[in-house]
Write a protein that binds this ligand. Structure first.
Ligand code: NAD
Length: 293
């Protein structure tokens, strides 16, 4: 079994590290939060005193950090200098494509293979080990990373070269943000027109309006009993996270000279929603803002 350094043990990283430990890997855990480290230790990891301490003797480094600046700080600041040549680096954070590519290039220069491997599936998927991983990196790096990712997830997709995992993640989430707004608008219009929500659901879920935001995550209570609308929009996937991903998509679109007007509008609407103090709510709760509430 491998020695793994796991850095960033928050809502996602904590349960992911626990799944690696459960698979009999030796996990050295580091986080700025002592509480997060203590939870990881209770779940089978050992405590590392610093990032350098965690990566000492590690064959694999896994990170699950908030944003690009943290990833750059951790890798460029310590990991790339402290880890041994040949160490496999796996960053699971959702970050900007550019940072992912810059860090991977720095790792390659130091003789280390790296993949960007952002996830979807949320904290539930992290705990259950059923995450989807979207992986960017060379074939050989992907092949090395795969057995470790399989301990934390179910669907492992090789999306292409370095940064393409992040590209897949933000493109998917741009679809999600835009489609949730479209579905929400349709239910609001139906209400104003006196059309029952269940009737619209019955029609649209078997017609060309069918999509995940409608059939799995319906933003009004009733039609899909498991959707957050039935529990007062308790997250789920928070509006703040959705906004983060939409802003990453906009940043990538600007850099790549792509025109994404609906993505831009979605980012604006989710900014309004988050700035109204509702960032911790499920993102489907944006239907209430569209309803003037
Ligand atoms: P979180 O804030 O719960 O955890 C991040 C952890 O990183 C914290 O414990 C923090 O102390 C630690 N950290 C920050 N800087 C550090 C440093 N320099 N050294 C060591 N530790 C450091 O966040 P999360 O919800 O676990 O999300 C992590 C990543 O996963 C984000 O990029 C997020 O976009 C992505 N993501 C989250 C979800 C979700 O549902 N929460 C779903 C998919 C993807």
């Amino acid at each position: 079994m491998a020695r793994i350094a796991f850095i960033g043990l928050g809502n996602m990283g904590g349960p992911m590290a626990a799944n690696l430990a459960k698979a009999q890997h030796q996990v050295a855990a580091y986080d700025l939060s002592d509480q997060a480290v203590a939870a990881a230790v209770a779940n089978g990891a050992s405590k590392a005193a610093s990032i350098a301490d965690a990566v000492k003797g590690a064959e694999v480094v896994v990170t699950m950090l908030p944003a690009g600046k943290h990833v750059r700080e951790v890798y460029e600041g310590t990991v790339i200098g402290a880890a041994a040549k040949g160490t496999l680096l796996i960053d699971c954070s959702t970050i900007d494509v550019e940072s992912a590519r810059v860090v991977a290039a720095a790792a390659a220069k130091a003789g280390m293979e790296m993949v960007d491997a952002p996830v979807s599936g949320g904290t539930g998927g992290a705990a259950a080990g059923t995450l989807t991983f979207m992986v960017g990196g060379a074939d050989a790096a992907f092949a090395r990373a795969r057995p470790f990712l399989e301990k934390m997830g179910k669907n492992i997709v090789h999306a292409g070269g370095s940064g393409n995992g992040q590209a897949a993640k933000i493109c998917n989430n741009m679809i999600l943000g835009v489609s949730m707004l479209a579905v929400s608008e349709a239910f609001m219009l139906a209400k104003r027109l006196g059309l029952d929500a269940q009737k619209l659901f019955d029609v649209a879920s078997t017609s060309s309006g069918q999509c995940w935001s409608l059939t799995t995550y319906c933003p009004v209570p009733g039609p899909v009993p498991t959707s957050p609308a039935n529990r007062d929009y308790q997250a789920g996937f928070t509006a703040a996270m959705m906004l983060k991903d939409l802003l990453l998509a906009q940043e990538a679109a600007r850099a790549a000279n792509a025109t994404t007007p609906l993505g831009a509008e979605a980012a604006q609407l989710f900014s309004l929603f988050v700035n109204s103090g509702r960032g911790a709510q499920d993102f489907s709760g944006i239907i209430r803002m569209l309803d003037g509430k």
